[in-house]
Design a binder for this molecule. Structure first.
Ligand code: NI
Length: 135
């Protein structure tokens, strides 16, 4: 099927630069691949049931008022499933944090969603894997 899509200019030029670098033969091919990735990620996010090992990577501006406390509160609320975290000071304002979780998939997802909802968090990525004995 053919569809017409309106996109802001800078979004399209960023996309074009990426598909050129990755060697796609056409913009359509890049868009199909992006939609597949988006659907897979969404379906996967809605299907994190049972025990899961997870990592949440986030980048945030620690100078944003209240954010460091809110992040700490969110993690203390899920202390039972958070196994470890690593903090890297990226530059004057920005921090990278990687949180390692092991627990019920729906709880792992809740932690990620809570973090995503906080103002000043610039990037959040959740990855999960089944527990080792199920791989
Ligand atoms: Ni820091």
């Amino acid at each position: 099927m053919r569809i017409g899509v309106s996109l802001p200019h800078n979004l399209l030029s960023k996309f074009d630069r990426i598909i050129e670098k990755r060697g796609y033969s056409s913009r359509s091919e890049g868009i199909r691949d992006s939609i597949r990735t988006y659907i897979t990620y969404y379906e996967w996010m809605s299907d994190v049931k049972g025990r899961r090992i997870g990592t949440i990577s986030l980048i945030y501006d620690h100078t944003k008022r209240g954010l460091s406390n809110a992040l700490a509160d969110a993690q203390h609320d899920y202390i039972d499933i958070i196994k470890s975290s690593m903090h890297v000071h990226l530059d004057h304002d920005n921090c990278l944090e990687v949180i390692v979780l092991d627990g019920e998939g729906t709880d792992v997802k809740s932690v990620a969603e809570k973090i995503m909802s906080l103002k000043g968090v610039k990037y959040v990525k959740l990855n999960t894997a089944p527990p080792a004995e199920k791989i």
